[in-house]
Design a protein around this ligand. Structure first.
Ligand code: HEM
Length: 489
């Protein structure tokens, strides 16, 4: 009779994948499931300064089972197949975080009103159309979401988007939402993404050519236009990187779904959050565009406080070099470490009233414009760890992209600075050189959403549905589609 394996023999065994459904393609098991089993995620410490040390690297810092969604051979192949700034370590971004600055040149706040807000308002008009009243809202959200997405990236919507391009977007969302690669729904959607990705990349590449050849109306109303102009198709934003960014942004934009759901839930008439609702009324009644001599307007402060308290994403993800091989497998390991956002945003060391919903806190909080060399000395740093050379845009605007002493990138347009709140307690968009490049677009989207809700007297309601559809609305987030709205006329 065979003896059961001794404990010591179990150490060093590769993960057992024999219990996975036989329908799973062996390449998927090898490329996505095993790396997932071999990876661990550690939670790091809350931040006390608004920056993440360079020892915590960004290079390929993502859960390892995601690589097959991005690359043909299941592992990063950045030189050949393209890369996003999100997966590049600081030292590989070109001088002074150049790749990030090029990306950011498409997202400075001066662009929001003239270039992007119409596209967002069209989406919101559809979402809150009279005929959607009383219906599950998230289904409606996703019916037009990819029109807005491709309109913002490439100036294309409606019938001009091939059905496969919409399908791959939804499949990408499903993998992100349901997350675990052992689950059938993830498997099916994952394989669909892999099947359709060549078609998608080819389609994006042709549309980029259309922008280059001036065949897209109002090209300056697309993000790609700024990446072409300011990256010059050079080594720190190659054409294949633009293609890559366009579909990798499925991940970034997916967070609008989860955040919208959370905002609407807090505003919901009966079970919402009373502090949020009363601040909403106060903000909108009292002049939402007033800044009270501070950097951010009242409505911006309200949106920022929603982001801080909701914290749509768990944290900033990094890789650390392993000193010992993990899991005794002989494999170098795929583990990541998370700098936690909720804990940082609500740390009593960062705010006097961390658990209060208080938009007023941003009147005093430090901004990237105030965080200069003097501030670095004040907090005990001999110098800034990040260089501060300005990046001048080449798209015809009089604009430059700069950064705070902690690395947070922000813009200056026609001599007006557009800083971000640069304090550790404001964590939802991450920190320093690797902070979210889409922050102003995010805030703009939610400002427009809230303005619409207010001006059209929209009230959110929980719908009485027995088995609501469970929808993936963001990374690792699946929610019941039973939130609706009505107008109080
Ligand atoms: C609710 C919406 C969003 C939230 C909460 C969010 C949050 C974040 C966070 C926390 C990071 C830092 C991650 C890290 O350091 O590991 C990040 C990075 C990034 N985000 Fe967002 N994001 C959102 C939407 C967007 C959108 C719409 C865009 C593009 C228009 C975008 C573009 C980026 C990019 C390019 C990075 C990488 C920056 C770098 O590494 O330098 N994000 N985001």
């Amino acid at each position: 009779m065979n003896e059961p394996p001794k404990k010591a023999e179990l150490v060093g065994r590769p993960p057992d994948t024999s219990m996975l459904p036989p329908t799973f393609d062996p390449a998927y098991v090898e490329g996505a499931v095993k790396p997932f089993f071999l990876s661990a995620k550690y939670e790091g410490e809350p931040q006390l300064l608004p920056m993440i040390d360079l020892a915590l690297g960004k290079e390929a810092a993502v859960s390892p089972h995601i690589f097959g969604m991005l690359y043909d051979n299941w592992t990063p192949n950045m030189d050949e197949e393209g890369v996003t700034v999100f997966l590049r370590g600081y030292e590989k971004r070109g001088p002074n975080n150049e790749r990030k600055r090029i990306y950011f040149s498409a997202l400075t706040p001066d662009l929001y009103g003239p270039m992007y807000s119409d596209k967002i308002k069209q989406f919101l008009d559809y979402l809150f159309d009279d005929q959607n009243e009383g219906k599950p809202l998230l289904q409606k959200y996703f019916q037009r979401y990819f029109d807005m997405y491709w309109d913002l990236h490439l100036g294309i919507k409606g019938e001009d988007i091939p059905p496969e391009v919409k399908v791959i977007g939804s499949s990408f969302m499903a993998v992100l939402g349901f997350w675990y690669p052992t689950v059938q729904v993830v498997y099916e959607n994952y394989m669909r993404v892999r099947h359709l990705r060549p078609l998608l990349k080819d389609w994006i590449d042709k549309r980029i050519q259309d922008i280059i050849d001036d065949r897209v109306p109002n090209p300056e109303k697309t993000m790609v236009y700024y990446w072409i102009k300011n990256g010059g198709l050079g080594e720190n934003f190659r054409r294949k990187d633009i293609v890559f960014e366009c579909f990798h942004n499925f991940l970034a934009f997916s967070q609008w779904g989860a955040m919208s759901y959370n905002v609407m839930t807090r505003l919901e008439a009966t079970k919402g959050d009373s502090a949020v609702r009363s601040w909403f009324e106060k903000t909108m009644n009292g002049g939402p565009n007033e800044s009270d001599k501070s950097t951010f307007t009242r409505l911006e402060r309200f949106v920022m406080e929603l982001f801080r308290t909701i914290g749509p994403n768990a944290g900033s993800l990094s890789v650390l070099p392993a000193m010992q091989q993990p899991f005794g497998t002989g494999h170098p390991g795929f583990s990541t470490i998370l700098t936690p956002h909720a804990e940082t945003s609500r740390d009593a060391l960062n705010w006097k009233n961390p658990n209060e919903f208080d938009p007023e806190r941003y009147k005093q909080a430090s901004t990237s414009e105030q965080n200069d060399e003097a501030r670095a000395k004040q907090v005990g740093l001999a110098e800034s760890p990040f260089s501060k050379e300005d990046f001048q845009v080449r798209d015809g605007r009089h604009a430059s992209i700069t950064n705070s002493v902690f690395g947070a990138v922000y813009g200056r347009v026609d001599d007006k600075a557009y800083p971000v709140c640069d304090t550790a307690g404001y964590a939802p968009f991450g920190f320093g050189y690797r902070r979210c490049a889409g922050e102003f677009l995010n805030v703009g989207f939610f400002k427009d959403l809230l303005r619409k809700v207010w001006s059209e007297k929209i009230v959110f309601i929980r719908l009485n549905i027995d088995h609501p559809e469970m929808l993936p609305v963001g990374p690792r987030t699946v929610v019941p589609d039973n939130l609706g709205f009505k107008r109080t006329r």
